[in-house]
Design a protein around this ligand. Structure first.
Ligand code: EPZ
Length: 461
């Protein structure tokens, strides 16, 4: 970690962050907890250019997967967000040698890791820690992992992950808050996922990558970050075919070498800025994107009256006229992403007419509606359906981020509303949006981060 320290001392922005964290830590120790909030003065269109960072949900699978390599993995275009810092820290605490090459590139040598245990102190910080189950099972034929934390929108089971591990020959016991997985050996198998699950698809790929024989995953998830993980693993010598389709075939291999790999741009970060541009009636060029990953978002924005121009690796969003109502149903990829649902609700809250939003992936992903109605939105929720009656405009109010994408929705709502909106619990937002303040300011937004002295910290993550 010396190189990280040296690098950070050379880089003023990182240095400032380290000092900031020390300050916060110090205040926490003195019993006074410093909390941040965003203060947004909205009512202005976003105009300008924004560059998208690497995909959070790809990074959270690829970084743990480096534990399966016999060599050194250089991973580039990692988003500089708290979720990726958390997963890199887990690798470091497990004994991997992690070198920070720059703010978005690391080199991982996991050869010195000897433990198969990932305790609760590490995993409680985020949901994606469950990928260590597949990784440790694959490398050590055993894993002892605390169940995940992360966003709270209904039950977040791992029964499909366990079904996959058991199909490969493992036994799984959950006791005293730990998932205990053991396998004498791992044998390829045919696994049908009863429902489409990103996490289960990824975890089964990780567990099967070195299993003897062929594993076939049917009804697999097709998200871009699954393709990115497969490409990363194949660049190390794995043999994965069909990623991005609903049938993925994995021929087990003995060894995985080191590699250099660059993570794809974040589909959901890009979509969030697309929605923000349309919601504020702006004109934004979103750079470093893969337009194909954004097709369902583009389609919906065109329905509400936005104009979307696609280029090779960028996309321009304007909204010349009024916001029109539309119905949204979230589905697994290539359907409309569930991680864009709260952001769309913010946009539709001032669209003309009644819009229906149906959440097709999670049990209850409407907790943010209470915050949106504080700003004057008219939304009725009944189970997995939200009915949005468009209002002429939102009004500013003190609100908070209840989870990552809900927080993004509140930022969009605050940018739409005239006047000043305060958004608390922004640690949720900073799990998944790199440099959101700077990026929005570059688009003309009036947004700043303010410290709230003396408040009691809610459980971060
Ligand atoms: C991933 O979560 C993403 N997180 C989520 O993004 C995203 O909302 C979700 O996929 C769907 O796209 C990461 O990649 C770190 P699932 P995951 O397994 O893998 C049910 C964000 O904002 N299910 O695809 O946990 C489950 O209850 C986050 O970046 C089972 O029933 O999602 C849900 O209803 C939020 N049994 C549905 O499947 C299982 O074993 C989809 O879950 C697993 C899941």
């Amino acid at each position: 970690m010396e190189s990280e320290l040296i690098y950070s001392l050379l880089n003023p922005r990182i240095l400032q962050k380290i000092i900031l964290r020390l300050e916060i830590k110090q205040k926490f120790i003195e019993g006074v907890t410093v909390l941040d909030k965003y203060v947004v003065s909205g009512g202005k269109p976003l105009c300008g250019e924004v560059t998208i960072s690497g995909a959070k949900n790809a990074a959270l699978a690829i970084i743990p997967a480096a534990i399966l390599s016999d060599g050194i993995c250089r991973i580039e275009n990692i988003p500089n967000i708290s979720d990726t810092s958390a997963v890199i820290r887990i690798l470091y605490e497990l004994g991997a040698n992690v070198k920070m090459i720059n703010k978005s590139t690391i080199e991982i040598d996991a050869s010195k890791i000897t433990t198969h245990v990932v305790p609760y102190e590490m995993t409680k910080r985020m949901r994606a820690s469950y990928y260590f189950m597949g990784v440790m099972l694959s490398r050590f034929h055993k894993a002892l992992i605390a169940p995940p934390g992360g966003c709270d929108f209904g039950v977040r089971p791992i029964d499909l992950h366990i079904k996959g591990f058991e199909a490969l020959g493992a036994t799984v016991n959950i006791e005293s808050g730990m998932v205990d997985i053991q396998a004498d050996r791992l044998l390829g198998s045919q696994i049908y996922l009863d429902s489409v699950s990103v996490g289960a698809t990824i975890n089964i790929i990780l567990a099967a990558i070195k299993a003897r024989g062929v594993t076939i995953i049917e009804n697999a998830a097709k998200e871009p970050h699954i393709v990115d993980l497969a490409n990363f693993l194949n660049s190390m010598g794995a043999d994965i075919r069909g990623a991005g389709t609903d049938v993925i075939k994995i021929h087990g291999v003995e060894h995985l070498s080191g590699t250099t790999y660059s993570i794809i741009p974040d589909q959901i970060e890009a979509g969030t800025y697309m929605v923000a541009a349309a919601a504020t009636g702006g004109d934004v060029l979103i750079k470093n994107v893969i337009p194909k990953h954004l097709e369902s978002i583009t389609a919906k924005l065109e329905e509400v009256g936005a104009v979307v121009e696609e280029y090779d690796d960028s996309i321009r969003v304007t909204r010349p006229g009024k916001l029109l109502k539309c119905n949204v149903k979230t589905m697994p990829h290539p359907g409309f992403p569930t991680d864009m649902q709260p952001q769309m609700a913010a946009l539709l809250s001032t669209a003309e007419g009644t819009s229906i939003i149906t959440e097709g992936v999670w049990d209850s992903r409407f907790r943010y509606v209470e915050q949106l109605t504080r700003m004057g939105a008219q939304v009725q929720v009944d189970g997995k359906v939200a009915v949005v009656e468009g209002v002429s405009e939102l009004t500013c109010a003190p609100v908070k981020a209840v989870d990552l994408r809900a927080g993004a929705a509140m930022v969009i709502a605050a940018l739409m509303a005239k006047g000043t909106t305060h958004i608390e619990d922004i640690y949720h937002i900073e799990r998944g949006y790199e440099n959101i303040i700077e990026k929005l300011r570059d688009l003309g937004a009036d947004i700043k981060r303010v410290y709230i002295e003396g408040q009691t910290a809610t459980q971060a993550m």
